[in-house]
Write a protein that binds this ligand. Structure first.
Ligand code: HEM
Ligand code: HEM
Length: 196
């Protein structure tokens, strides 16, 4: 029953709050927000950390402590929270001229264009097709929500997909997409998504 999952999950998620924040709205740019993320996606990622197919020094250890019921309860809890708008600066302080010396506006515009249209020349698919016009993702398909996620985390996720460091799902579509993206495109689209 969904309501009992959420209540149990709230208790069980107490040990996660130190990194993922109150109600899953992390305030640290390298710790992803979990609020309002689809529960099926969260469950998938926690199982991947637990079985070692996705690796992170902190999460791999945390996931070992969770059984199937914990994973279901915690995921239901975070999915029921509301994601907060980003209050951290979009651009890192040391990154005044990101993405090949272009100004900030041009970078954001490049990110918008890539998100909506992809890159026809290098065959990067349009993100909007799966992650939605508002970054809301697609719940039935377990395509994660990206809306208001921290830019630094998004850059790391895309860079890990690109290098293959993150490929827990053998048919991971993101692996194929990110391989075709330049580092400049990764930055631009991440900045744009963090403002959604
Ligand atoms: C990533 C859940 C505790 C640090 C994630 C993700 C989930 C998750 C679902 C994947 C997010 C995504 O793909 O969008 C949890 C739960 C916790 C917990 C349920 C408690 C049981 C912690 C703690 C820390 C932490 C205590 C810090 C010490 C991180 C980091 C990542 C992450 C750094 C990103 C890993 C990467 O870059 O691939 N967590 N977490 N988590 N979590 Fe946790
Ligand atoms: C995951 C970005 C296009 C399907 C992700 C994540 C990011 C991302 C940052 C990780 C989310 C997290 O860790 O919380 C993008 C960008 C795209 C794009 C910038 C365009 C350039 C697409 C397309 C599809 C797709 C076109 C579907 C055909 C997925 C799926 C996952 C995912 C299934 C989960 C992968 C996993 O289990 O690790 N995407 N995406 N994405 N995306 Fe995309």
């Amino acid at each position: 029953h969904a309501e009992s999952n959420i209540n149990a999950g709230k208790q069980k998620a107490e040990s996660c709050a130190s990194c993922h924040g109150e109600n899953g709205n992390s305030m640290v740019a390298t710790f992803p927000k979990l609020a309002q993320q689809h529960s099926s996606y969260l469950e998938q990622q926690l199982r991947s950390f637990k079985d070692g197919s996705r690796n992170d020094p902190m999460m791999s250890a945390m996931a070992q402590t969770l059984n199937d019921a914990d994973i279901a309860d915690i995921s239901a809890y975070y999915a029921a929270q509301k994601v907060s708008e980003n209050t951290l600066p979009v651009l890192a302080a040391d990154d005044e001229k990101p993405a090949g010396n272009k100004d900030v506006q041009a970078t954001i515009a490049q990110g918008s264009d890539l998100y909506r249209n992809g890159n026809l020349k290098s065959e990067v698919s349009a993100c909007i097709a799966c992650h939605g016009p508002f970054g809301e993702g697609n719940k039935p398909a377990s395509f994660p929500a990206l809306k208001s996620q921290h830019a630094d985390y998004l850059i790391k996720a895309l860079t890990d997909f690109k290098s293959g460091a993150r490929s827990n799902n053998p048919e991971n579509i993101m692996h194929m997409i990110a391989k075709k993206m330049t580092d400049e495109e990764i930055k631009a689209v991440s900045y744009r998504i963090s403002m959604m």
